[in-house]
Design a protein around this ligand. Structure first.
Ligand SMILES: NC(=O)c1ccc[n+]([C@@H]2O[C@H](COP(=O)([O-])OP(=O)(O)OC[C@H]3O[C@@H](n4cnc5c(N)ncnc54)[C@H](O)[C@@H]3O)[C@@H](O)[C@H]2O)c1
Length: 348
């Protein structure tokens, strides 16, 4: 029986990864460690809470003694590390919170893994989940490869870059068997409505303005979250130690084009006249240090491990919209309370 620790499994991507591992690997004992911050929600993983191979542990990765105690109780074979502060706008408001969770929290996990595994690394693996934002910004041409130098611009991406460096350093210095994945923007069910796609779906449902940064020409690559979970599963089991794999959707969109597509799909779903939702688009003051373009070259994971996205953007968006329309209670719950204060401060 393998014991696997997944951190951040009550968040957006983590919930999909935990669900996949619990359902797909009944012979693994899966531990989901999550602090349940504003972004973590037990509702996201309600369907697996009673599975015999699943345990939820509430705790903070920044708390060193808690992490040490947890590891001395359980000799984990593998760690999939997703817990993070993940929203760029929040990192501009409170960078230190990002250093604490993303850098210090990652360090605590690296240290316990190193100390517990004590050089006996057979069958062990530390999989660090990261972002393409560590590579900085592209011009209108080119793609991020695994060899692109790090050049982070936001406090969020700087904190993730720092944690990536520490992971690599533990590999080089202590031979820790790590794997790193850097992925582009995810979208899909259970996405907290502070990020573009769920924020706009929620605002369209409620006929609220759609606050678009700058001129709307920022460009991102988008990947359906379940395809990311499949890629993580594949890399965790089949990837080579001490390697980085870029994960992307081969799916670049300018924000304004994406928003128009989303508006049209939402108009169809809500039975509104085409063009209704587009009238809600409101250009707002740009985010400082906003990266122009991210685009991923995911050919390494494709060639070496045979992974590619399973759904088109249109299919993924349709699944996503359907999920939000069928789960409006979830949306209401997560947008009550402190979300309102955050929203007011961010977009007023
Ligand atoms: N969302 C994306 O598009 C994207 C893309 C590439 C990589 N990533 C990376 O994937 C990971 C997951 O991202 P997400 O979008 O699901 O984030 P999220 O914000 O939805 O979830 C983060 C989870 O981590 C938990 N958490 C936060 N601080 C913690 C702490 N100190 N201790 C324990 N748990 C804590 C939260 O409660 C939450 O459940 C992150 O590492 C992020 O950098 C995200």
């Amino acid at each position: 029986m393998k014991k696997i620790l997944i951190t951040g499994g009550a968040g957006f991507i983590g919930s999909h990864v935990v669900r996949r591992f619990v359902n797909r690997y009944p012979n693994y004992q899966i531990f989901n460690l999550d602090a349940l911050t504003y972004a973590g929600n037990l509702e996201n993983i309600k369907d697996i809470q009673d599975k015999p191979n699943y345990t939820f542990v509430k705790g903070d990765i920044v708390d060193e003694s808690f992490i040490n105690d947890l590891f001395s109780k359980h000799n984990f074979d593998g760690i999939l590390h997703l817990a993070a502060e993940s929203h760029v706008d929040r990192s501009i408001e409170d960078p230190l919170a990002f250093v604490k969770t993303n850098v210090v929290g990652t360090m605590n996990l690296l240290n316990v893994a190193k100390n517990q595994w004590k050089g006996n690394f057979e069958g062990k693996r530390f999989h660090h989940i990261s972002t393409d934002e560590v590579y900085g910004s592209l011009g209108t041409e080119g793609l991020f490869t695994e060899d692109t130098p790090y050049d982070p611009n936001s406090p969020y991406s700087a904190s993730k870059a720092s944690s990536d460096h520490f992971v690599r350093a533990y590999g080089e210095t202590y031979d820790l068997p790590y794997i790193l994945t850097n992925c582009s923007n995810n979208y899909g069910p259970y996405h907290f409505p502070e990020k573009l796609i769920p924020l706009f779906i929620n605002n369209i449902i409620n006929n609220n303005p759609l606050p678009l940064y700058g001129d709307g020409n920022y460009t991102r690559d988008w990947l359906f979250v379940e395809d990311h979970a499949v890629a993580i599963d594949l890399v965790f089991h089949k990837g080579k130690n001490h390697e980085t794999y870029n994960i992307g959707g081969f799916n670049e969109w300018k924000n304004i084009e994406l928003v128009k597509l989303l508006c049209n799909l939402m108009d169809q779903k809500l039975g509104r006249i085409e063009g209704t939702s587009q009238e809600l688009i409101t250009y707002v003051k740009d985010r400082p240090g906003h990266d122009l373009r991210y685009a991923i070259d995911a050919s390494k994971i494709n060639k070496e491990l045979g992974w590619k996205p399973s759904v088109t953007f249109e299919e993924g968006l349709e699944k996503t919209i359907n999920w939000y329309l069928n789960n409006q209670e979830w949306l209401k719950n997560v947008t009550s309370g402190s979300y309102k204060d955050y929203y007011q401060k961010q977009y007023s």
